[in-house]
Write a protein that binds this ligand. Sequence first.
Ligand code: NAD
Length: 436
Amino acid sequence: MKNICVVGTGYVGLVSGAGLADFGNNVICVDIVKEKIEMLNNGGMPIYEPGLKELVDSNVKAGRLKFSTDIDESISKSEVIFSAVGTPPGEGGEADLRAVWAVAKRFAKNLNSYKVFVNKSTVPVGTGKKTYKLIEKEKKNDIDFDVVSNPEFLREGSAVKDFLIPDRIVVGTTSEKSVEIMKNVYKSLYIRNNPFVLTNVESSELVKYASNAFLATKITFINEVANLCDAVGADVHVIANAMGMDGRISSKFLHPGPGYGGSCFPKDTMAYTKIFKEQGIRSEIVESVIKVNEKQKELVVEKLKMFIPDLKGKIIAILGLSFKSNTDDTRESPSKVVIKKLQNEGATVKVFDPIAMKDFKIDFPDLNYQENIYDTIEGADGLILMTEWNQFRNLDIEKIRNLMKTPIFIDTRNIYDPSEIRGYGFKFANSGRSKI
Ligand code: NAD
């Protein structure tokens, strides 16, 4: 059992803090956003993540999980400090590390006994070394510390399960002392033989970027296959299924759609290509992936335009605003690109999402937000399904056809059977399941 402070109580920090408390540690989660901490201290939940409220509540009740805005006190009372702050893209696409440096400085200021700085944020290779140097320069007392890399692989929407039952835990450090501390922090996983990858800081930092760049490439690859299927009349589901039966390929991440989005893949692929450039080399594969993915988002509107060439004055209904189901996160959501393009073409956009409308309103305050699916669809000239929420999986198609002005349906997530929907009189397109 360790006394842990998690700095940054966002998607990763809150799930990690609650998970580490569930492993038996004493955890205090801190953040600079006062409202977030107040909400958590009042039993509220700042993000939507299945199972998270239950995990937080049970650990708060057991006295192992606390929330605070007092970063100095929380660090000074802890032995292990996890930094889980955001690392958004900077102006040139590189990771913006200002929040990480801010945490490192607070760590240095409050270094009153041996402590471990654990970087959980996704950071470029070399950040661990720079963090060490910064703390060494800023520290007030002649006290030892270690800097460890421990990247996080959780997925929004299944973050709790991913954290509690991870595929692997990667720990980057060359200090034996900090290895033992990290084993203790994750003891309940370690003793159950969850795979631990112990390596140096640089390798650990790069595992995360290489993993995300590879997954983004896999999605983009199947999207490209889907686009070919649209042209030749093949079914991408059959192809992905048969490809996935090959153990070398695996069936995961072979689901075509409107392009990847979210808080990780877009920024991490960009940062990955930057890391290459800084070394005087290029990742031509991932540079292409980024370009192809941008086109994939725009392709959604191109498909609609095959049925409605002039979108001026047309009403288009959008179902789904989050970048995937089971999350309220709309960062880099393909819906943003699609909606902007529709607006530029002169269309009026009506939207609905079961959870993510609040988050979406930050960037799109003036959209026509609706309270439910069928109000959104009423009077529409076209419908685009953007997110695979469960409640969009079993729509009353007959009712939709009767509510719409013209029955035109783009199912970017391949939820519906093309022949069934066309059987209702719809003009229909999806991502690679039938010839358009
Ligand atoms: P987030 O924006 O949801 O959370 C970051 C939090 O840090 C915010 O609450 C913010 O207020 C807080 N913060 C910023 N500066 C701070 C400071 N100086 N002191 C205290 N708190 C501060 O971000 P996130 O999605 O949780 O991502 C965090 C990191 O984890 C990123 O590097 C991201 O790439 C990585 N990551 C994210 C995911 C994911 O699915 N979201 C998965 C794996 C890894």
